[in-house]
Design a protein around this ligand. Sequence first.
Ligand SMILES: C[S@@+](CC[C@H](N)C(=O)[O-])C[C@H]1O[C@@H](n2cnc3c(N)ncnc32)[C@H](O)[C@@H]1O
Length: 330
Amino acid sequence: MASAEHLELSNIIKNTHQSLRNNAKVLGADDAWQKHCADKDMLKEYSEAMRELATKHWEENCSKIQSAAKSRIHWVYDFCHYYFFKEEIVRQRLREEDIAKKINLSLDIDSGTGCFCNKILKVLDVGSCYNPFKIFKCFDVVPIDIAPASEDVFQCDFLNLKIVECSDNIEPKGKQICVLPQSAFDVIIFSLLLEYLPCPEQRQLCCINAYKLLRYEGLLIIITPDSKHVGANAKIMKSWRYNLSLLGFSRIKYDKLPHIHCMVFRKSLSIEIASRWAKLQNAEDFYHKMFIPQDFNDFDNIDINDVQQHKDVDEDIQNKLLLLNELPNF
Ligand SMILES: C[S@@+](CC[C@H](N)C(=O)[O-])C[C@H]1O[C@@H](n2cnc3c(N)ncnc32)[C@H](O)[C@@H]1O
């Protein structure tokens, strides 16, 4: 049973997402985003609520239910460890080299990155909020957020980031990052990021930026909330795989945990290899944009507080609203 504080914090998050989506419908996504980023008080309230919720309530609940709501943070670390340090990267490379032979593709990039043992992984955590991945010694994390909740997180809007061709590391200017070099990261993490954005084009832009920033064989890890059973939003999740495949990413891991989908996409040695999967599918089975369940519902104008307080609201609407997928119900 969630405490009153837990519910209050969740409501701050849900209401912020909802008002951004409502503004996007009225003003258009770009203007709504600018307005959103200019509202510093609201961003501060959101980021503090998010940090409290995640560090006080979710982590505690996750450690109680070990087999179920395993912490998303540890899930990400475990898979990176397996991929980079237990030779999964080599297995995936061999698999792709086989596909390249089948489609007569010559790979002209130097894919042989060798052994990763003892390597420190360069990680970009987008929408980091409070830098939860700093606890792992093998991660050198660059945490970025439009509204940092802790001192070590850089202020940066990933939708308006400049990505440059440059082999040198770019030093951040103070607490802000506006520019990053391409192909500089081993891992990019979107943990509960994409559903924050009100339109599919913005989600797609985040993935395009991630593609540019990752080196070949690097990983884009996406965690997205969903408290329903695995099949409920299957078409949406399959469509993410489809769209990302066309961008050059191969999905190499998918887990549905009780409140989240956890997905790992590898930047393939070539776009032809990754997109081969999408081209073998029936295009009509997929959405051609990165939708989230909220894009399809008409409930955005109902106040969540009303639904929680008044039991006379239709039960189906209550369920839909409370499972709006804004947040995992950890
Ligand atoms: C639901 S919180 C998730 C926080 C953290 N990643 C976690 O898993 O607990 C989403 C975060 O993404 C940030 N965010 C949303 N859009 C962003 C963007 N375009 N660039 C950078 N950060 C963004 C928000 O400020 C917020 O802190």
